[in-house]
Ligand binder design. Structure first.
Ligand code: SF4
Length: 467
């Protein structure tokens, strides 16, 4: 069994000392130093950005929400689809202007995109004003890399394919004091043929249970009310630890922690999901009655070509087992339309699957070839127009299904967490199942649990009144 590399705490202490060194250097220049951290992509990237902010705060930076006037700009990038990459290159291009106005500004690009050779090359050759480029594997060394840039004045690139690590003790600056991300593991071993994640985030490695439980205890004591356990595939938690623990066990331990909070988790892989997990979800009162279980395609042949490790029938059996235990579970998923080689009949199988399952919400994507993945090289005869037509049809049908599922809430009362205020001034809240609720109420209720009676519904949201 492959041993997970955990960074020596003394190494993290050294990185923190380098933060203090950078702080002293920055103090030589007058004024409060400002950092702008821009995060693309998934919740894992959000959690990584919270650690990067932790380091930056230790260096003496305050935070701004615009690149204009920032002393340091950090783009934490995503490589999951072509569109995400084009957006980043567009924004890096636009930053040449702010850099021209603020030559002292330090521009950093990190995250999954930066971990790819062809991207690092392009940043090196075509964007000479980018100062620091590093991948997710070496995030823990950010202070060292930044100090090298600041003291040498030279550009720094740290994108070698190094083994994945687990680093504990990095300070965290969270986005709010209500909802928290807690990473339980990093990387992925599944190698779905369309996915770049295993190539940029490395092999699966779990955090030690006591580190996770300590973090959750701290959050619960600090009054956090919504805690999401994060991993590319949380269901394989613990496999690399050799402690005989698994994700269901971890859920039970987190559930035993005192406090009035909900536990959520993502992302689950169907091949590692099953009755043990569903029993734990049903038995743990703090576990939110919601599951995000990506199915990706309704065709077993396409699932095989995707290397997903389950069949259409196997997936539908999982859904039945889950609903037997938690009848009102909120079920969401991901689907890819137009995987190379998908026939029209195989797409119809996808349409029939969403008809059978009736998801509360579905994240729909058209296949986007990723450089270096097996699917990039597969023959792809279906015309783009047909894929778009299929995509639109699926979207339209799913919107009808979501609307119908939301109608079932009307007239009922749910315990909701009031979590903010929308652009229209109304408050926003979330049911335990994660459904978005709009309600008219006083802003002082933000951060509290409230009983809300649902009075209306749309595809994506519910409307309610305080009880
Ligand atoms: S499970 Fe598959 S889709 Fe998800 S991160 Fe891993 S390789 Fe990618």
């Amino acid at each position: 069994m492959r041993k997970t590399l955990t960074i020596d705490p003394a190494e993290i202490d050294r990185q923190l000392a380098l933060c203090d060194q950078i702080h002293a250097l920055l103090d030589q220049r007058p004024g409060q130093k400002l950092a702008f951290v821009d995060t693309y992509g998934c919740q894992q990237n959000e959690a990584d950005s919270e650690r990067l902010r932790g380091y930056l705060a230790r260096m003496g930076y305050a935070f701004t929400d615009t690149e204009e006037g920032a002393d340091l700009v950090l783009l934490n990038t995503c490589a999951i689809r072509e569109h995400a990459e084009q957006r980043v290159f567009g924004n890096v291009g636009a930053l040449s202007h702010t850099k021209r106005r603020h030559p002292q500004q330090i521009l950093c690009v990190c995250g999954c995109m930066a971990q790819q050779d062809h991207v690092a090359q392009r940043l090196r050759q075509s964007f000479p004003y980018v100062d620091l480029v590093f991948g997710p594997q070496v995030l823990w060394q950010f202070p060292q890399l930044l100090l090298e840039k600041v003291t040498s004045g030279k550009r720094v690139f740290a994108t070698e394919d190094v083994p994945g690590t687990v680093a504990e003790g990095i300070p965290v600056v969270r986005q709010n004091n209500l909802k928290a991300w807690v990473s339980i593991m990093y990387g992925c071993n599944n190698f779905c043929t369309y996915c770049i994640v295993p190539y940029v985030r490395g092999r699966e490695r779990s955090r030690q249970p006591e580190e996770i439980l300590a973090e959750v205890r701290q959050l619960a004591a600090a009054g956090y009310k919504d805690i999401t356990l994060l991993g590319q595939n949380v269901n394989s938690y613990g496999k690399d630890l050799g402690l005989g623990v698994d994700f269901a066990w971890l859920l039970e331990q987190v559930n035993a922690i005192a406090g009035d909070f909900l536990i959520r988790f993502m992302t689950s892989h169907p091949k590692d999901a099953g009755e043990r997990l569903f029993d734990a979800m049903a038995a743990c009162e703090k576990v939110a009655p919601v599951l995000h279980l990506p199915f990706q395609s309704g065709s077993s042949r396409v699932l095989k070509a995707m290397n997903r490790g389950y069949t259409r029938e196997g997936y539908l059996t999982l859904v039945d087992q889950l609903r037997q235990r938690i009848p009102d579970i909120v079920l969401t998923s991901d689907v890819i339309v137009g995987f190379p080689g998908e026939t029209q009949e195989e797409f119809e199988e996808t349409m029939r699957l969403i008809e059978t399952v009736q998801y509360d919400a579905l994240f729909t994507f058209i296949f986007s070839p990723r450089h270096g993945t097996p699917a990039e090289k597969l023959p792809d005869p279906m015309p783009k127009e047909q894929k778009s037509a299929n995509f639109q049809r699926l979207l339209q049908r799913q919107n009808e299904i979501s609307r119908a599922r939301h109608q079932r809430y009307i007239g009922k009362t749910y315990r909701c967490l009031v979590d903010g205020q929308g652009g229209d001034g109304r408050l926003t809240a979330r049911t335990a199942g994660g459904r978005l609720v709009h309600l008219e109420a006083d802003t002082e209720l933000v951060g509290t649990w409230q009983q809300v009676k649902m009075t209306g519904a749309s595809n994506w949201a519910l409307f309610g009144t305080l009880v």
